[in-house]
Design a protein around this ligand. Structure first.
Ligand SMILES: Cc1cc2nc3c(=O)[nH]c(=O)nc-3n(C[C@H](O)[C@H](O)[C@H](O)COP(=O)(O)OP(=O)(O)OC[C@H]3O[C@@H](n4cnc5c(N)ncnc54)[C@H](O)[C@@H]3O)c2cc1C
Length: 303
């Protein structure tokens, strides 16, 4: 972007743009080169103006939530990384008899939302306790755990794409295993979601969520320095088990290590680069393919 473009972009926003911002500070992996501009948008008006600007000037853009499921390459990203803040963290509850619709902004933290719902005696989103990341990232990934997933509770979603803002019902969107799509749209921003939850005893929900968190603590490394599951589970199998059976726990390239706690996690032991992680992923894929004849598909999004 030339300096004129940079100045215009800044005038559209109520917060300061971070230029050449290292994305390592915005990803749970702690890995990633700089993005040309890290842009915090506080409301739909700002977002629509930024989208008009990027489309007019043909500037590349991406959305970053909490960066808990992305691996950013070492050279970084030339363009804009959009962060949804301000109004995009709001939520409201609408009760309809035995069910309640929770409308929540895409920038809100998923785990915090889950905890709020549990305290209000709303069931359906307990699976999300402990999944780091935003609501927008969770919709895009169809995040899930313990047999539950976003697709089970999503009632509707609001998206911004090609300069338009539109609400979609659950029937109009497609979910897959850790994926979400809208026909005809390849790049869009989730701005809010509506989750339909049912009434339940808060004490019981608290107990279930504590069990989930206990299991998580026992089986996974803590969130810093990793990006959750690196590979999707193949049909009927566990990626972690397949990797472990290849004897790859503890395998290292540079400072990237296959977690000794959970083989489907790669951990940044300090100064790992994206290249280290990518090489380790390739090694895992080769070994698993050789031993089990299965090609593991990455779950983590590589930028
Ligand atoms: C310790 C740990 C445990 C985890 N456990 C689980 C688990 O149990 N289950 C699970 O499913 N995942 C898990 N994850 C992965 C991750 O937390 C989830 O996928 C989460 O939903 C990602 O949210 P995020 O805001 O961090 O998204 P990011 O990582 O920032 O982004 C992920 C993708 O979504 C896109 N995106 C983000 N926000 C938006 C938006 N508003 N609109 C459009 N696109 C958007 C990004 O461009 C990117 O392509 C775990 C991760 C860690 C580090």
């Amino acid at each position: 972007m030339d300096s004129k473009c940079k100045n215009i972009l800044q005038t559209l926003l109520s917060t300061s743009i971070q230029w050449d911002c290292p994305l390592s500070a915005h990803t749970s992996f702690g890995i990633g080169g700089p993005v040309e501009a890290l842009v915090k948008v506080m409301n739909v008006d700002e977002l629509m103006q930024v989208m008009e600007f990027v489309s007019e000037h043909k500037i590349s853009w991406r959305v970053i939530g909490r960066g808990t499921n992305i691996l950013v390459n070492d050279k970084g990203f030339n363009g804009l990384a959009l962060v949804l803040a301000g109004d995009f963290k709001d939520y409201s509850f609408d009760e309809y008899g035995e069910t309640t619709d929770v409308k929540v902004g895409a920038g809100a933290a998923l785990s915090r939302l889950s905890s709020l719902c549990i305290e209000r005696g709303l069931a359906g989103i307990e699976f999300a306790m402990g999944i780091p990341g935003t609501v927008g990232g969770a919709v895009l990934m169809n995040a899930g755990a313990w047999g539950g997933a976003i697709a089970d509770i999503l009632q509707g979603v609001e998206l911004v794409s090609a300069g338009n803002i539109r609400e979609y019902t659950r029937e109009e969107v497609q979910f897959g295993y850790r994926s979400f799509n809208v026909a005809g749209d390849t790049q869009f921003i989730v701005t809010s979601a509506v989750f339909r939850l049912s009434k339940a005893d808060p004490q019981r929900l608290r107990q279930i969520s504590m069990e989930y968190q206990h299991k998580r603590k026992k089986s996974q490394p803590p969130g810093r320095g990793c990006a959750g599951s690196i590979f999707k589970n193949p049909e009927g199998a566990s990626a972690g088990r397949l990797i472990e059976e290849c004897g790859l726990k503890g395998e290292k390239i540079g400072d990237a290590e296959v977690s000794t706690q959970h083989a489907n996690f790669i951990v940044n032991k300090g100064q790992a680069t994206a290249e280290d992680v990518l090489q380790l992923m390739e090694k895992i894929q080769e070994e698993v393919h050789r031993k089990h004849g299965v090609l593991l598909e990455p779950e983590v999004h590589v930028w």
